[in-house]
Design a protein around this ligand. Sequence first.
Ligand SMILES: *[C@@H]1O[C@H](CO)[C@@H](O)[C@H](O)[C@H]1NC(C)=O
Ligand SMILES: *[C@@H]1O[C@H](CO)[C@@H](O)[C@H](O)[C@H]1NC(C)=O
Ligand SMILES: *[C@@H]1O[C@H](CO)[C@@H](O)[C@H](O)[C@H]1NC(C)=O
Length: 438
Amino acid sequence: MSEETALLSSRDHDEYGTRTKPDAPFNTRVRSIVWGVLTLLTTAVLVVMLFFLDDLPDSLKSWAGGEPSDPMFAALSILDKSPIIDGHIDLPILARYRYANNVSSIDLNSGMPAQVDIERLRKGKVGGFFWSVYVSCADPDAEGEEFLNATWRVRDTLEQIDVSKLLIEKYPDTFQLALGTTDIKSAISHGKIASLLGVEGAHQLGNSIAVLRQYYALGVRYVTLTHSCHNAFADSCGIAPGKEPLHNGLTPLGLSLIDEMNRLGVLVDLSHTSDATAIQALKYSKAPVIWSHSSARTVHDVPRNVPDEVLKQITDLGKDAVVMVNFAPYFVAPDGLANVSAVANHVEHIGKIYCDFDGIGEVPTGLEDVSKYPALIAELYSRGWTKYELAGLTGGNLLRVFEGAEKVSKNLKAAGAQPVYDLYDKRTDIPRGGWNEL
Ligand SMILES: *[C@@H]1O[C@H](CO)[C@@H](O)[C@H](O)[C@H]1NC(C)=O
Ligand SMILES: *[C@@H]1O[C@H](CO)[C@@H](O)[C@H](O)[C@H]1NC(C)=O
Ligand SMILES: *[C@@H]1O[C@H](CO)[C@@H](O)[C@H](O)[C@H]1NC(C)=O
């Protein structure tokens, strides 16, 4: 109806239009002059951009496809297109220890203790992160040599998955639960922070591969094979001065665990593992692997960092992987020397990135919390990294590896791979011979 009215009135106007007809040649002339001027202007702008790109202000330069000269300007514009995807943030354990997992008493908007809140995540241009649903290793004496008393770790892990999901739900305008790479991209394109779950140690599985399947069903998308303790699946590297090996890498149950992780599409995370565990897992896993938060041992020599020998294996074996750099000062540099340049040295050495906030007491100078990511990107930009390399570093590499693992899972399922039914051989609570034995 209103459309009809509009048409009629314009037609009316045309009929009475003593203005339109005599003005037409004038309008045409004006139009051609305007076009001429516009064409000249456009040409001039293009010429200036092509030949004087370096002299343009940064805002015009990056718009024209040039390289901005201010590293921070460059970092922020790269991050606008390719935000950070952080492999490991310890917010859930802070919720547990400081707030007894009472979500009502946690205000994530701003002013959180430690290094993470929404204000700083936004300022740091974070587009996604893995919420670490970590619980600590059991006391070896209480757990026993065979790790048989691990059951409370499963309860506690469920509580950490619960608190993470409740926090994600509490801020629907900020966070969006992500179960895969499609979800990550969709969350980012809607201006949300993609929220993934990662279990930081197979000690949290209660020695059971069935528990892995249920964590997967709850949304968990990586499992670190060990934390700082050995477990029934694999050896840890410990912290300092390191740990004597127990199994010399993976156990048979550890191999079965990787089979099931590959089948499900749960990323194998090798941070915290011993070098032997890492090399064996790298060789055995059909899917690309990750280090969710580990730095380079050549740059700073502690057992928790990845040695060149392992990094070289990635290339030698023709595997894909991503090493996300840990910011915890102890793993970055000698006492008091951890700063943004030192972290950049690790990144440059490894060639890839990511980090650990909220699980660390101290922080490197210049990287005090998640709002400071642009400083690291700016540092690397000023060292000559291209915007394509930096986009890979901020999130592209993780997405590529994760997509690789999703593909392996899809192919294994399509080929008819069955769930893994192996039980931990030290368990005596389940009869192996069937009901007849009872
Ligand atoms: C949880 O926190 C809220 C807000 O601080 C408080 O009112 C409530 O009593 C707490 N609940 C428990 C069980 O501590
Ligand atoms: C495991 O737990 C049981 C029951 O809580 C306890 O009796 C046993 O001593 C524990 N085992 C070890 C090795 O600590
Ligand atoms: C970081 O510390 C080193 C000394 O260990 C110093 O040379 C360097 O300039 C510092 N970098 C920054 C960005 O402060």
